[in-house]
Write a protein that binds this ligand. Structure first.
Ligand code: CP
Length: 307
């Protein structure tokens, strides 16, 4: 297919064919990281700026490295070191950066919709690196890539997304991507952390973690986002959450032999899952991080090709 999108704002707007095209492009870039000289000239002469208004380890470094492996020039800043603290608006900041000749802006922001707003106000490509509780498209793409790589397919699998669905942009992007590629998605967690209208996205709701462990081919364990739960307690205590929804070795006894365990990171060890499971043979957590690099190389390469 011919790629026609200048921006990557979310998976909601992508077709199944476009998602598969990104995954296939990522497959060709994965090999680059196995070479002794891990670089290709695909984006030579282009400039990518990472604008991170929210904390990040994986996404920020992965986008920086992806741009460098494509031979792009890279810039980056975080909220605390920028002129936002002096009152400059996001759009003014972006227009000033664009005036320096930047080609791609990678934006992480605590407010949903900010990547779309920038796409409407600047001429360069915008890549969403996570916007509030809305979408985290490259996380979902690397999750899809990892599932396809390990299982050989996505269609027909049952994928459980467990935990804080309500506050999770990772969950939303995964649901769009997985359902478009033919997986059955089960969202699992306490009723207080599952939006009432989530079934409209084509998912099954499950409040029973033991049933989810038995039925799923993939479990994606989301981080409990305490920073987004200010002012209310969605469960009585962390101990109760772990008892009902934490992934333990005991719970895994009834799992399918080939169940794989995913986590977008950062992991709260001992809460979403036990340390032995995070480091165990079913875990593909570090493989997700490895694949994130290839996926982000693919995304930067594709959006850079559209003027
Ligand atoms: N998964 C993820 O987005 O991690 P970071 O917040 O470290 O980028």
């Amino acid at each position: 297919m011919i790629w026609k999108r200048k921006h990557l704002l979310g998976l909601e707007e992508l077709t199944a064919e476009e998602i598969v095209h990104i995954l296939n492009t990522a497959e060709t870039f994965k090999e680059v990281s196995t070479r002794s000289i891990k670089k290709v000239p695909a984006l030579q002469g282009r400039t990518v700026v990472n604008m991170f208004y929210e904390s990040s380890t994986r996404t920020n470094l992965s986008f920086q490295l992806a741009a460098r492996r494509l031979s792009a020039d890279t810039l980056g800043f975080s909220k605390s070191g920028s002129s936002v603290s002096k009152g400059e608006t996001l759009v003014d900041t972006a227009k000033n950066i664009e005036a320096m000749g930047v080609d791609i802006m990678v934006l992480r922001h605590e407010c949903a919709g900010t990547p779309k707003m920038l796409a409407e106000n600047v001429g360069c490509s915008i890549v969403n690196a996570g916007d509030g509780q809305h979408e985290h498209p490259t996380q979902a793409l690397l999750d899809l890539y990892t599932i396809r790589e390990v299982k050989g397919t996505i269609e027909g699998l049952t994928v459980g997304i467990v935990g804080d669905i309500a506050h999770s942009r990772v969950a939303r992007s995964n649901i769009w991507g997985l359902t478009k590629l033919g997986a059955k998605v089960m969202v699992v967690g306490p009723a207080t952390l599952i939006p009432k209208d989530i079934k409209r996205m084509g998912v099954e709701v499950c409040f029973d973690m033991d049933r989810a462990v038995e039925e799923c081919d993939v479990l994606n364990m989301l981080r409990i986002q305490l920073e987004r739960q200010q002012g209310y307690n969605p469960f009585p205590s962390m101990r109760e959450y772990i008892h009902l929804f934490g992934l333990t070795n005991d719970r895994l006894k009834k799992a399918k032999d080939d169940l794989i365990i995913m986590h977008p990171g950062p992991v709260n060890r001992g809460i979403e899952l036990s340390p032995e499971i995070a480091d165990g043979p079913r875990s593909v957590i570090l493989r997700q991080v490895e694949n994130g690099l290839a996926v982000r190389m693919a995304v930067l390469f594709l959006v850079a090709g559209v003027e």
